[in-house]
Design a protein around this ligand. Structure first.
Ligand SMILES: C[S@@+](CC[C@H](N)C(=O)[O-])C[C@H]1O[C@@H](n2cnc3c(N)ncnc32)[C@H](O)[C@@H]1O
Length: 280
């Protein structure tokens, strides 16, 4: 698929995921808290600063930053899917936040001035972009000298069976090709050498890269299935397009492939692992 077709399809897919992400906000924030904690601590936002969140989804992580910026500071909360930005806007209004600006922006070409922000935050966004190296160059352009970029991407499929086993099942059943090593997707920045190359290639100095491991837990398989069909972007797209019989058979096959992560009470607990990166 050429990059422009991918961008358009990806934007549409993530727009369709917005209601699932809104419904599972609390679960998402709880599950990814170790990553959020690392990003917040290393971004180290200060009163009065302007911070940009890229690929913000529901915006919840950025709102924790907004609370630290004070009335004179500003969070620019952005995503390329207008439906996600609508969710984020609703959430910041319901929290009564007055220092948040919501914008629909594609991280690969942002309508923001050079050196216009003091810090940038992006959790699980860059690896999904058609050209993450271009997005990092664009990030470097809008970030002032010495400003911090804190971002998270997923580590390898082996470290993240909550996603790779369902993906593998779709490949086994002929519903998806094996993703190419550099193709955009959840594991596209799993190689730390690639992260290093992209970050320094975008004009940042040596990044600090930390491995953050945590758990993905589901109360039962229905709960996991809900996450798969409403949150996982391209994977959800494939699952939701299957004819009813094959969708049910694929569900059974995924359940069988993740059986070793099931506890006696019917809940599931998977290891998960991310690279958290600080660049300046
Ligand atoms: C996996 S979700 C992560 C959302 C949020 N950062 C979080 O951690 O909860 C990925 C988000 O990236 C956004 N996204 C993907 N490509 C993008 C791009 N090129 N520019 C801006 N946002 C993008 C999607 O719309 C989606 O909201």
């Amino acid at each position: 698929m050429d990059r422009n077709t991918y961008r358009e399809q990806s934007r549409r897919t993530w727009g369709e995921m917005a209601s699932g992400w809104e419904d599972r906000r609390a679960w998402l924030m709880r599950t990814t808290q170790p990553v959020s904690d690392w990003l917040l601590e290393n971004l180290d936002p200060q009163l009065g600063q302007t911070v940009l969140e890229i690929a913000c989804g529901t915006g919840d992580l950025g709102f924790l930053v907004a609370e630290r910026l004070g009335a004179d500071g500003r969070l620019v909360s952005t995503d390329f899917a207008a439906e996600m930005v609508d969710v984020a806007r609703r959430q910041s209004e319901s929290r009564g936040l007055t220092n948040v600006e919501h914008r629909v922006l594609d991280a690969e070409r942002m309508d923001l001035g050079d050196d216009s922000v003091d810090g940038v935050l992006c959790r699980f966004g860059y690896m999904l972009m058609a050209d993450p190296a271009a997005a990092l160059r664009e990030t470097s352009r809008v970030l002032r000298d010495g400003g911090r970029l804190a971002f998270a991407v997923w580590r390898s499929p082996e470290k993240n069976p909550w996603s790779s086993l369902p993906g593998m099942t779709l490949v086994q059943r002929g519903h998806m090709p094996v993703p190419g090593p550099d193709a955009p997707g959840i594991f596209a920045m799993a190689d730390p050498d690639r992260i290093h190359e992209m970050v320094t290639g975008a004009g940042f100095s040596e990044p600090e890269v930390a491995e953050i491991a945590f758990d993905f837990t589901f109360q039962d398989f229905d709960d996991m299935w809900d996450m798969l069909v409403r949150l996982t972007g391209p994977l959800a797209d494939v699952l939701n397009a299957l004819p009813e019989d094959e969708r049910a058979a694929t569900r059974d096959a995924i359940q069988a492939n993740v059986a070793s992560y099931r506890s006696n009470d019917g809940s599931y607990c998977f290891p998960a692992s991310a690279w958290c990166v600080l660049a300046q």
